[in-house]
Write a new protein. Structure first.
Length: 158
């Protein structure tokens, strides 16, 4: 299922998607997401192991400093910058991609919040849809030509 909406504020990104008969929400402030029922009652909090998110000087140098001139800088990157739910109701959480990183990592949990595994894609890929055995995304070639890409997905024990 495709992400419904994102709000950007400073270094955090709030993402949410329909998950079964509720809504999964990640604020990006921590390695977690929350599941609410349709009445707005919190049903579940799923937490993942933390990793170092401190913003380093070389991260800022990798971006043009002028991009940050009018932004309130925080000390940490968001934990996650996108949340998607696939056709089997598994939750996919994309780690925030730092400026010098060449891959984006996604953590995957089942609907109950049990960690299923991680997967990586190139940073230039925008995931659009996740099915049982495929991932559809958009990317730009080295020649700056946009293209749709489809990857096969083997879930193993999932």
């Amino acid at each position: 299922m495709r992400i419904l909406m994102s709000f950007r504020y400073a270094a955090t990104v709030t993402s949410f998607a329909v998950l079964g008969d509720g809504i999964a929400i990640s604020t990006g402030e921590a390695y977690e997401y929350r599941v609410f029922d349709l009445q707005g009652e919190l049903r579940q909090i799923v937490r993942m192991p933390e990793r170092d998110r401190r913003i380093q000087t070389e991260d800022i140098d990798a971006h043009a400093r002028k991009q940050y001139r009018n932004i309130d800088m925080t000390e940490r990157y968001p934990a996650y910058s996108q949340l998607l739910v696939d056709s089997d109701r598994n939750v996919w959480l994309r780690h925030h991609v730092r400026p010098l990183e060449t891959v984006q990592r996604w953590d995957i949990t089942d609907e109950a919040g049990v960690f299923l595994g991680s997967i990586e894609f190139d940073t230039g890929v925008e995931i659009e849809q996740i099915g049982r055995d495929f991932v559809i995304g958009a990317r730009t070639t080295d020649e700056d030509v946009p293209q749709v890409a489809v990857w096969g997905l083997s879930r193993g024990g999932m």
